[in-house]
Each structure stands twice: as structure tokens, then as C-alpha cells.
Design a protein around this ligand. Structure first.
Ligand code: DLZ
Length: 145
């Protein structure tokens, strides 16, 4: 249960367009979780960026603009090359830099899976809904005001 000190928080949802059939579901779950917690629709910015690597720029930009928290959502699926590792490492490091630099909650809603099936299982399937969980994470941190 979330107990926010007020519901005027401005929250950004940055979503990667790669694997958008899954990231779209993550985004919807995150959005609905914010609305259910009383966050005003006008205070939620949805921004679709090309790929997960661009989540770093998106989060940093919204943090610079004064958003109180940012939810980053993406799906990186292991391919035949090492691209997967580079993207996952960069996003993990980049997002943690944003949260430290701007001192705001930034959720790491990045699915890193071997298959699309595993990603689907984590976006409302048998392994939960990582979009909802990412939104819950920032709300939990915003409880402190
Ligand atoms: C290039 C790339 C690859 C191979 N795979 C994914 C992926 O599985 N998920 C994802 O979100 N993005 C992927 N990208 C795109 C990169 O994140 C980035 O958009 C490009 O490298 C351009 O900077």
C-alpha cells in the first residue's frame, strides 16, 4: 500500500520502441499504476524513445526538466552478438548515474531476456508485470516526499 504525501508529483514514463509489442504493455501497466495511486494524468509524461540505450537520455532529460521521478521501460532480447551486453550494461550504469546526479527515483524497468516469450511472461504473464512493479517502485520512494 502506497501512502503519498500528496498527488501532485510529475512522473515521466520513458519507453523504448524496440520490442514495442511488449514495451507497450509495460507502459500501460506503469501508467495505470500511477493513475490508481492518484497521480494526475496531466502530470504524467509519456515519451517513447527508439531503443533501450536511449532510456538514459530520456531519463536524464526529464530529470533536468524537473520531473520528480522517471520510470524507464525496455525489453532487450539476447541476439547472436554481444550487443545485448553492451546495451544492458550501459542502461544499468546510465540510469544509476541519473538517479544519483538528480537525486530522484529512476526505475530500472528493463527486461533482459533470452526470448520474447520470457519477456511476455514478465509483462502480465506468470512472472508478474514489470511495468506495474517499476511504477510501484518510484511511488514507494516518493512516499518520503
Ligand atoms: C541495436 C539494438 C539491438 C540489437 N537490440 C535491442 C533490443 O533488444 N532492445 C532494445 O531496446 N534496443 C535494441 N537495440 C537498439 C539500441 O537500444 C539503440 O536504440 C541503438 O543502438 C541506437 O542507439
Amino acid at each position: 500500500k502506497i501512502n503519498l504525501p500528496h498527488t501532485d508529483f510529475k512522473i515521466g514514463i520513458v519507453t523504448a520502441l524496440w520490442n514495442s509489442e511488449v514495451t507497450g504493455v509495460l507502459k500501460a501497466g506503469a501508467f495505470n499504476t500511477l493513475i490508481d495511486a492518484g497521480i494526475k494524468q496531466d502530470n504524467i509524461a509519456e515519451w517513447d524513445v527508439p531503443g533501450s540505450y536511449e532510456l538514459i537520455y530520456g531519463a536524464n532529460k526529464l530529470a533536468t526538466e524537473g520531473f520528480d521521478a522517471v520510470i524507464c521501460l525496455g525489453v532487450v532480447i539476447q541476439g547472436e552478438t554481444r550487443h545485448f551486453d553492451f546495451i544492458c550494461d550501459a542502461v544499468a550504469n546510465g540510469i544509476s548515474n541519473v538517479t544519483i546526479k538528480h537525486n530522484i527515483p529512476v526505475a530500472f524497468g528493463l527486461l533482459t531476456t533470452d526470448t520474447q516469450e520470457q519477456a511476455i511472461e514478465r509483462s502480465g504473464g506468470k512472472h508478474g508485470h514489470k511495468g506495474e512493479e517499476a511504477a510501484w517502485t518510484v511511488l514507494k520512494l516518493l512516499e518520503r516526499g
